[in-house]
Design a protein around this ligand. Sequence first.
Ligand code: SAM
Length: 265
Amino acid sequence: MTPLVEPDDLHPPLLQDVRSPQDRCYAALYQEMIAWLALPVGAHVLDAGCGAGGLTGILAAAVGATGHVWAVDRDAAQVATIHAVLATTGYQDQVVVLPGDIIALPFAADTFDLVWCSHVLHGVPDALASARELRRVLKPGGRLALREDFAWRPQCLPDEAAVGIPGLEYRLNAVEVQGVQQWRRAQPDHTPYPFGWTQLLLDVGCHSVTAHTFVLELLPPFSALQVAFLRERLTGIGYHEETQRYLSPRDRATIAHLTDPQHPD
Ligand SMILES: C[S@@+](CC[C@H](N)C(=O)[O-])C[C@H]1O[C@@H](n2cnc3c(N)ncnc32)[C@H](O)[C@@H]1O
């Protein structure tokens, strides 16, 4: 179990300003994941689908001053934001941020010691082709590390939240999974891959495939940051246009109560 810590203390200065409350709350977990990879100092790493850079800084710290991290995301706005923040830190020579799609990466074959792809493949139209591309840019003997939610999604509410109908979070999670699936299926090049992540790694030619589960426990009393994360999560799913269609008026009212700072719930 990860101890309760105020995660900003653990995080290298890179990208602190752009990270979401979730990234900041998860920082201890991210540290644990990257530490588990035991990256050699000086390694060349690709952070594929880097998002707001929640893990980019941790990867950069892990490979040391002689290592390099290339961070790629297809969202040009995210890339521009990280790029601007990088210019104000001591990491600008060590981290390169580029716009790009993981289906066709702007790198030669045999480039990276580690390709890290966190919370991306579940949302791409063709996970197998994307993983093949991630594998292509690995050096011989390099490692491809995927991070995905396997068995469960964050559980932030008790089963019986004591407000509304029990099981609200299960319904929210189901709607969230459904939303991702619908988005994927609506893509013109959607190619289903229903065999799981470890099989995917084998199918793209990886060997010595393994899996490891990391768990973050956040215990009350919650810090302001943790409360911000809970609120972000509930509003992020609960107020999404698609979600609204699938939730009952009572569930919607419960979310409104739980995310209203003025409401006693
Ligand atoms: C849920 S975020 C994860 C961000 C980060 N890796 C993390 O774990 O915090 C998913 C990110 O993947 C990016 N993404 C999705 N599909 C992509 C693709 N085909 N190529 C590059 N980036 C992609 C999105 O723009 C988004 O920033």
